[in-house]
Design a protein around this ligand. Structure first.
Ligand SMILES: C[S@@+](CC[C@H](N)C(=O)[O-])C[C@H]1O[C@@H](n2cnc3c(N)ncnc32)[C@H](O)[C@@H]1O
Ligand SMILES: [Zn+2]
Length: 160
C-alpha cells in the first residue's frame, strides 16, 4: 500500500522532507484523518509544503468527481493532487477559524502558521471552496464556524 494511502486501515505519514516540525497524522474529530503538531510551531513559520502530482485543468475535472479527493488549485490551469506523492499536508482538515494558511510562492503551496500552535493541536486551513460549487457542511466545531467549507456569497452592493 502507498505510504500516504487514502485508506483508513493504515495510518498515513508525514514526509519529513517537507517540514521542519514534528507532525503526525491521527484520527480527527473534524473528519477522518487530521494532522497534529507534536511541538510548538511559532507564528509565521512554514509548517509544511503541500506536494503532489501537478495536473492540468482537464485532468482536474476528471479527478474532481471522486468522493474524496486531495486536489489543491494552484492557478487557473494547474492543480496539485496530494493523493499522488503527497507530503501528508493533504490530510490537513478545514476549519473556519484555522491556525494555518496557504501561501503560494513560485508554484509551491506552503502552509504557514497563522498563530503560535501548541503541541497536540490539530493543524487546519480554510479551504475557501467556491460559493458556487455544491456546499459541503462544515464539522470544524469552532465558534466562528460558518456552517460550510465553502465561502459564503457576499450580498450584492446596491448602487447609491
Ligand atoms: C483532503 S481531505 C482532508 C483529509 C481527510 N480528513 C482524510 O482523512 O482524507 C478533504 C476532505 O475532507 C473533508 N473535510 C475536511 N475538513 C472538513 C470539515 N471541516 N468539515 C467537514 N468535512 C471536512 C471533506 O470531505 C473534504 O473534501
Ligand atoms: Zn466550520
Amino acid at each position: 500500500m502507498a505510504k500516504n494511502s487514502t485508506s483508513t486501515t493504515q495510518t498515513p505519514e508525514i514526509s519529513p522532507r517537507h517540514t521542519r516540525f514534528r507532525l503526525i497524522v491521527r484520527p480527527s474529530p473534524i473528519h477522518r484523518w487530521g494532522v497534529y503538531a507534536e511541538e510548538v510551531i511559532p507564528k509565521g513559520r512554514k509548517v509544511i509544503e503541500y506536494t503532489g502530482e501537478r495536473i492540468s485543468r482537464r485532468e482536474t475535472a476528471r479527478r474532481a468527481g471522486r468522493t474524496l479527493n486531495y486536489l489543491f488549485t494552484l492557478d487557473s490551469y494547474w492543480t496539485i493532487d496530494g493523493g499522488v506523492g503527497g507530503s501528508g499536508a493533504e490530510f490537513i482538515n478545514h476549519s473556519c477559524t484555522p491556525n494555518c494558511y496557504a501561501w503560494i510562492q513560485k508554484g509551491h503551496i506552503l502552509y504557514m502558521a497563522a498563530r503560535d500552535i501548541l503541541p497536540g493541536e490539530e493543524l487546519t486551513v480554510d479551504y475557501r471552496f467556491d460559493p458556487d460549487v455544491p456546499k459541503v457542511p462544515c464539522g470544524c466545531g469552532s465558534t466562528g464556524c460558518r456552517g460550510t467549507i465553502n465561502l459564503l456569497k457576499q450580498p450584492k452592493r446596491r448602487k447609491s
